[in-house]
Design a protein around this ligand. Structure first.
Ligand code: NAG
Ligand code: NAG
Ligand code: NAG
Length: 380
């Protein structure tokens, strides 16, 4: 038996996605959010060929790079309101990362051979007021990551004569080279506060790929996995979660996973697409990243002091929120309609086209050109 019931998609999207997804992948014009059992697809031209996905848990915002013919932008997409913004534009943005504690966004500009930053303490906004962290002469900065506990920005340098991985303090001092041996084309980089490791993917000239880890000072380099898929396997993005490393590659159009703790024999293929995926991010909250780490104590204190974020509402005082109509919960992140979706059929409306795919259930789509009305059937 099916029953009809109406609910706005803003509600469905925010509640369903925000509370459950583990992994998000950008493919063509879609963002696909994966949970253990389901996936949710959000389709929009906004996401076409989005690269370098990142997720800001506190603001429930997905960030990504959009490349254009002459330049590139870092864009934000707030999941609960579905608001999209172009934050900064640069000549050739190679990668970006966020420090969720200090609310700073850092990015590399390949053409300018520089790392820039802006603050998003007052929320994500378009700005021309970028700040220079460091400008380089010979290095070509590309992937970037932060150690939020010790306060370093890390980047990969893809100058093919002398590729390196380097870091600098948040204030731009103490620049140092951490890795400069047996490294070829370090295209992606991730830092994990839990294991105190950095991970990177290296493309070698003979179509082999290698994934390495080192400690955060560059010592104890370990080859986690390497291989040759015979095709042009090209890992072009890498992300870490609580237990795993995920990567995507252009050659096989697949998402692969690997333990971040163990050196195992091979990568496991978990998803496969007809088109090449362009970006990936695992959900790994700042709390999970720094939990129980001595060197992160100050950061944890800052995080807890700053904890009060009102998702759909406003701060009433230092400890509580006044929620917007339709929302409840300490952080105003729970929709009053949430439970209806567990019991009936939801009809949802959005400016984007949204398909919510449930296991084994038929998907019914009604197209209303003005509203992009999409309806779904939920089993009773
Ligand atoms: C790469 O680095 C070397 C020195 O390490 C430098 O001489 C060369 O100009 C750099 N290449 C580019 C394209 O900047
Ligand atoms: C070096 O890293 C490997 C793999 O991550 C680990 O098993 C080993 O204990 C580390 N060695 C040292 C000296 O830290
Ligand atoms: C904050 O506001 C809430 C709700 O208005 C109130 O119950 C609470 O006592 C206030 N706390 C402080 C520290 O003022």
């Amino acid at each position: 038996m099916y029953k009809l019931l109406s609910v706005w998609v803003l509600v469905v999207l925010s509640v369903q996605i925000v509370h459950s997804w583990d992994l998000a992948v950008a493919v063509q014009n879609r963002l696909e959010f994966y949970t253990k059992e389901d996936k949710i697809i959000v389709e929009s031209d906004l996401f076409r060929d989005a690269t370098a996905l990142a997720y800001d848990d506190a603001h429930q915002t997905i960030l990504f790079i959009k490349k254009h013919t002459d330049d590139a932008s870092i864009c934000s997409f707030e999941m609960s309101t579905q608001k999209h913004k172009v934050l900064v534009t640069g000549k050739d943005i190679g990668g970006f990362t966020i420090d969720p504690i200090r609310a700073v966004l850092y990015w590399t500009d390949i053409a300018e051979r520089s790392i820039f930053w802006i603050s998003f303490k007052q929320g994500y906004k378009e700005t021309d007021n970028k700040n220079l962290l460091i400008k380089m002469e010979d290095e070509i900065p590309r992937a970037i990551a932060v150690d939020i506990c010790k306060g370093y920005v890390y980047w990969t340098n893809t100058n093919s004569t002398k590729p390196t991985i380097e870091r600098v303090r948040f204030d731009g001092t103490e620049k140092e080279v951490l890795v400069d041996e047996s490294i070829n084309d370090p295209v992606s980089l991730a830092i994990d506060q839990q294991t105190l490791k950095m991970f990177w993917a290296d493309n070698t000239r003979n179509k082999k790929y290698r994934i390495f880890s080192t400690e955060l000072d560059g010592k104890n380099k370990t080859e986690l996995i390497s291989g040759d898929f015979g095709t042009d396997f090209k890992p072009n993005a890498l992300t870490v979660s609580k237990d795993l490393i995920y990567l995507i590659d252009e050659g096989t159009h697949a998402v692969w996973k690997h333990s971040k703790f163990l050196i195992t024999e091979s990568l496991k293929n978990i998803l496969h697409f007809t088109e090449a995926p362009s970006g990936i991010v695992a959900r790994y909250t700042p709390e999970e990243q720094i939990h129980g780490k001595v060197e992160c104590k100050d950061v944890m204190t800052a995080l807890l002091n700053d904890k009060i974020i009102c998702v759909h509402g406003e701060k009433a005082n230092a400890t509580s929120c006044t929620c917007a109509p339709g929302y409840i919960g300490e952080r105003c992140d729970v929709s009053v309609c949430q439970n209806y979706c567990n019991h009936g059929t939801c009809s949802v409306r959005t400016l984007l086209r949204v398909k919510y795919i449930l296991k084994l259930l038929p998907l019914v789509v009604f197209d209303d050109p003005s509203l992009s009305l999409t309806r779904f059937l939920f089993q009773m």
